[in-house]
Design a protein around this ligand. Sequence first.
Ligand code: BF8
Length: 615
Amino acid sequence: MATKDKVIEKTPDTASKNLLTVLSEKGIETVFDRFDAQHPQCVFGIDGSCCRRCNMGPCRVSDRRKGICGADVDTVVVSNLLRWCAAGAAAHGQRGKELLGILISTAEGKTSFKIAGEKRILELAKKFKIKRKGKTLEKVAVDVANILLKDITQESGAMRSLMTFAPKDRIDTWRRLGILPTSVSSEVFEAMSRTTMGTDSDWHNLILQHLRTGIAYCWGSYFGTMFATDCLFGIPKPVKTEVGIGVLKEDHVNILVHGHLPPLAEAIIEALDREYIKKLVQDVEAEGIVVGGMCCTGLEVLERHGIPSITNMGGQELVLGTGIIDAVVVDTQCIFPSIAQIAGCFHTKIITTHKSNKIRGTLHIPFDPGQDDNIAEKILEIGIRNFPNRGEIHPQTIKATAVSGFSFEAISEIFGLDNLLDIIRSGKIKGLAAIVGCSNPKTIYDYNHVTLAKELIKNDILVLTCGCSAHALLKQGLCAPQASEMTGDSLREICQSYKIPPVLHVGACIDNARILQLFIALAKKANISLPNLPFAACAPEWSNEKSIGAGLSFLTMGISVFLGVKPPTGASQNVVKYLTNQVEEELGAKYTIELDPVQMAKLVIALIEEKRGKL
Ligand code: BF8
């Protein structure tokens, strides 16, 4: 079991280890203390058989003991899992809805943003067969946004992104299984209503809704949000930068953007060059401003602008221990409420900016892109004016270089898809593996991500990464071309001749869609179905409800998924057997649970070798 002491001993992230030691010595509580304090965790919760879906309970259900209503363990386990999946779909779907709303307002001239994603807008307009004659780019953008919005909100019909971009054999499979979704909202509603007490008690029927919600998540919450962000802010291209806690400078104002919605972060970056801001920086006698990123907002601005990644979800408290962060600007999702207490031990100001996320004891400055109230400048001003208030500081020096921005379009341009396929066929790249997902104190911080990635590249497997995994790999220098020194000989040759890192950073969690774009395009080129290609997806430290949909996005596409943390399903033999075995007959892919990252790497390599036989 991971404990705080083991994290300090074994995490590969030395700067975080130093800061965890500092906070421990000062008696400041972090996620690692709270995790230790929760032990032993409830086994019914761990195995997914705690039912809290009505007030006759809570019920602890097992093979031998049903819930008070009569629900058996299979029903309880899969209902709980489906509710997590629905929550995750709603979270990323809500984000997509908001971004599409901002895209429409921007196209109508009601925000201060300028549309930077002409290429994505025109591509989608063509694919969706939108008539463009006589229309401005802005009008076309509104038409595109309205189609994408329907994928998230409609109550009947088929999802357009899915019908347009998913491989035909996948659509046929989903149709045959009866799991073609209507939209994110509609499947989330269905999931929630179907799992109320006394509704669906057939575990297999519930699992079909689980798969259907996962497909809606993939094509609405992931693809819809990725498309919306690209339409607004452009498709990422490779960009060089530095990453890690050591990027923060003692003599600079340091401001972090944290969460999942990039518009305010974009506005902050845009405001950095204003004379007023430069003057303020001079007034407080700072040498400049560093803006750094955490979680997915951080990765969005990393992939488009090279804004340094500082750390991930698991490190968000630790970084405050540097004492040199003047403000953390947060929007929504994956933001620990505890950052308010830790910031309170230093001089750091936490600023919440979204109506859906307030943290008691912090400053709330709502950001509305439709109102030109100069919030970005005001926030920068708060951070800058806080610079002279620093007390005890613990700056870190460790940083790494990195290249980000490996969108599907960028990868296609670097290699050419036919050529990439030939390279994979030749075995110089044995296969492609996604390493994605969260931090989780059930594992040693960042250890699984980093160990797994190192093993895979050593065995000539090219890694694609996004989400908190990406922060972990970025911090270790694995997303820099120099990391080709750590690969097998043939992958090294490819990395050096194409000047790419062996771990390609594709963006935030919604950018799992970019990884899927690449997998789909290669399958089409090869004329081989996705389950027969040497691809895999791994979530070595997953924790969030949103990760359930991430796993299902790969699984339903026929890509096998490797989990480094047990899902809460252990109480149901039927559900475990289905997801780790029988589902393969229906979808061509399955889940494997393996807690040891070295063993996981062996299993991924074996799967890739097996699939190579079908190339
Ligand atoms: O969506 S990887 S902890 S940051 S949920 Fe959250 Fe997990 Fe990090 Fe972004 Ni993704």
